[in-house]
Each structure stands twice: as C-alpha cells, then as structure tokens.
Design a protein around this ligand. Structure first.
Ligand SMILES: Nc1ncnc2c1ncn2[C@@H]1O[C@H](COP(=O)(O)OP(=O)(O)O)[C@@H](O)[C@H]1O
Ligand SMILES: [Mg+2]
Length: 253
C-alpha cells in the first residue's frame, strides 16, 4: 500500500500578470524518489517554493503527512520535516564537514553555539550527535573528509554535505532543485545511487527537480512533468518519456 507524504491540490501562483503555477496538483508517495521535470520557465522552482513556504499560493492547499501546511511559515514547514537543501543555512566554509553537521542538529545550543564551538570544539557536544553525524557521513561517503574544511570540498561533495545536513536536521521529505547541475557524470550517478539508498534504508522521501534526464531517470520511481505552469502528466519514467505531450512540451519550447 502506498501512502502520500505530500499532497498538492490545485495550487496557483502569479507574479503580477504572469501565471507561474496555474492550478497544479501532485502526490508524492512515501519512500519514493520522485522527479519533477519540464522546460525552463515551466514553474518547477516556483512550485517547490510554494511547497516549502517561501511563497504562499494565491489558491489551493498543500498537505504534508496529512497536515495542512498551506499557511505555515517556512521555518515551521522545515521543523515538521520538509527540508529544501538551500533552506538549511549554507555550509560554513571554514567549519569542518563534521562541524557543519553538528550545527544543524536539533537541540544544539543555538546562538551561543559558535563561542562554545570555539572554546571546546565539538568534544563536549553530545556524543549522540557525533555518532549520528558519522553514521550519515559514512552513508554519504564523506566520513574520510570529516575534518576537512567545507570550502575544500568539490561541488558534488558539497551537495552531499547539504543532504547530510538535511538528514541531520531531521528531514522526512528532502526537496532539491537540480542537485547534479555542474557535477561530473561519475559523481552525478553516485549521488543518485545514494539518493536511492537513502530512501530504501533511511526512510527518506526525495522530490527533486532535475534537467539531466539521461542520468536521473534510471534511478527514479515517479516523474511529474510541468509545462507553462501546468502539470501535464505523471507516471513511471518509461511511460513518461514516450508520452507525446512530454515530447511536444520539450520540442515546442
Ligand atoms: N519572484 C518572481 N517574480 C516574477 N516572476 C517570477 C518569479 N519567480 C519566477 N517567476 C517567473 O515564473 C515563471 C516560472 O519560473 P520558475 O518557477 O523559475 O520555472 P522553472 O524552475 O521551471 O524554470 C517564469 O516565467 C519566471 O520568470
Ligand atoms: Mg528552476
């Protein structure tokens, strides 16, 4: 039995006279890797901004885990377990990989944390947080880099660190916008393999916008397709790629 973790119902968003999202509905099933595709300007980023509370819809409702989140501010939505990678504070370039994980762990001492961090490094920090961080870093194949400053990571490793920080913060639904843009193909495949493992073994659901279909499609469970502000179809990757409407949307520009 599948169960939706996210339900989007007829959401609309205009900017001035421009209709960016024209009444879109979508269901993301629990423990799936779902991808949102569509030509440039079709409204994908706006839709994820609506889901994560960056914008409020002009109309329609959004439900997460059965709860109506339409009117909630983005920090509340984040606290409930929807993480958009960029919503987490960007990695601190001068902090190590491990420290970057620890600062987003719920219950960290907050404002005073930075001075605490300087005084005693992470040694005094809860053992539990360090253990959890290493478990996730291993999963993401970043554990050997734990004491590297974040600024020394490659673009792809930085993406994985963002994913790790989302998990560290307690994400149930991870939302990403083009996570493998600019990442070399070998690491891009690796990232999508890790996404699959995360959903299979860490009880995570992933919704991602992606342009590089040659890489992404073989890893995903479900594809949603937007064009000109509307959801034109959805289904399994093999169904969607042969759908005439999808081909027309891409070719028609
Ligand atoms: N904050 C904004 N103000 C005005 N227009 C916007 C804004 N954000 C997006 N748009 C417009 O909405 C449309 C959809 O954009 P976007 O959601 O970024 O598409 P996609 O991510 O699919 O490329 C585009 O025409 C874009 O120019
Ligand atoms: Mg976009």
């Amino acid at each position: 039995m599948s169960e939706s973790i996210l339900r989007v119902r007829n959401v609309k968003k205009s900017f001035g006279g421009l209709v960016a999202v024209a009444g879109v509905s979508m269901d993301v099933e629990k423990n799936t890797l779902t991808i949102l595709i569509g030509p440039n300007g079709s409204g994908k980023t706006t839709l994820i901004n609506l889901i994560t509370g960056v914008y409020k819809p002009d109309d329609g409702r959004i439900f997460f885990d059965g709860m109506d989140i339409t009117e909630l501010p983005s920090h509340e939505i984040f606290r409930l377990g929807i993480s958009r990678t960029f919503q987490i504070p960007q990695p601190f370039r001068k902090l190590t990989v491990l420290e970057n994980m620890l600062v987003v762990y719920p219950g960290n001492p907050g404002e005073g944390f930075f001075s605490a961090l300087k005084r005693s490094r992470w040694r005094k920090f809860e053992e539990e947080a360090v253990e959890r961080a290493f478990e996730l870093l291993k999963f993401l194949k970043l554990d050997d880099l734990w004491d590297q400053e974040a600024e020394k990571l490659s673009g792809g490793q930085m993406k994985l660190l963002e994913v790790g920080r989302a998990l560290m913060a307690g994400a149930k639904l991870l939302i990403m916008d083009e996570p493998i843009a600019g990442v070399n193909p070998v690491l891009a495949h690796e990232i999508f393999k890790i996404f699959r493992k995360l959903k299979d073994e860490k009880n995570l659901t992933i919704l991602t916008v992606e342009h590089r279909l040659d890489i992404a499609l073989r890893y995903v469970d479900c594809v949603y397709v937007m064009a000109a502000g509307s959801m034109i179809t959805s289904g399994k990757p093999e169904e969607v790629v042969s759908d005439r409407r999808v081909i027309d949307a891409y070719l028609g520009g």
